[in-house]
Design a protein around this ligand. Sequence first.
Ligand code: ADP
Length: 322
Amino acid sequence: MIKFEKVYKRYDDKAVVSDFTLDIKEGEFFVLIGPSGSGKTTTLKMINQLIDLSEGYIRIQGKPISDFDLQELRWNIGYVLQQIALFPNMTVEENILIVPEMKKWTKEDMENRVVELLESVNMDPDKYRHRHISELSGGEQQRIGVIRALTADPDIILMDEPFSALDPITRNNLQKDVLKLQQKLKKTVVFVTHDMQEAISLGDRICLMNNGKIEQVGTADEILKNPANDFVRQFLQTGLPHYQEKKIVQHLIEENYYSTEDIVTTGIISASDPVNDLIILLSKQDAVHVETSNKHAKIIITKNNLLDFLASEAASSKEVEA
Ligand code: ADP
């Protein structure tokens, strides 16, 4: 749907987006995440040509964006920003109908669309359509920002930190609204955030950027289970205070916390099982046999092995805290 092929953006020879290759699928909720200055907004704005790319291609449905009529391209891509770009002195209805007015829709079509859109985010049309934007709360304004981006029924919606200025409860409600809308309308959404929790709750896939480059692309689950490198691991640990990399029994074996002696065991565990399962097993018996792909290897983990491993973990997490 939206394909980046070796895209670069340079300012005075300094690349702020480099060698960016990515295929965003139709109907996907795609999140760009990364620290401030990592190139997320630049990447997003290159899609609707608010920023020109320096090198490479971006294609929408196979067609390079430079081949689109610019106005047509912008009209067919919804855009929602953190700084709400609504006109404060105009009413809700007037704000929603800016593009339809330009496109010369009939009065009846415009009327129906305003009602339909307000109802889709649980805002009573009779109550809200004639209110001025300045009379709405921040959350209500951002709801209007979201539905205004949907007015002309675009296939693609770009969202740049749309909820980051809102309080946590309003933010959470809007996230839910947007997810519901996307599931119903099946739009392709590209969403920029620096908040890992938000990325996980919204994204079908997440692209983690750093210094204009892609560090990892995948589902939340793939990234959490298999961080591609130290940067990703660090980003997860900082961004998700409760995130703990899931340790599996394999770690103990790799770090030599096992025995090969002839010890009688009753329990059996797989190398890919979580350490928690091992703890439960070893609370009831003295040793377990680890099943590995090598049938001849006899690997046993004893209670003492486990205790030594846990002690070293506890010591190293103390070092990190200090
Ligand atoms: P993010 O959205 O991840 O915070 P941006 O895409 O806004 O990052 O910015 C990426 C980098 O590009 C930053 O280092 C920023 O300073 C730089 N940058 C953005 N716009 C310009 C510009 N017009 N001229 C020079 N550098 C810019």
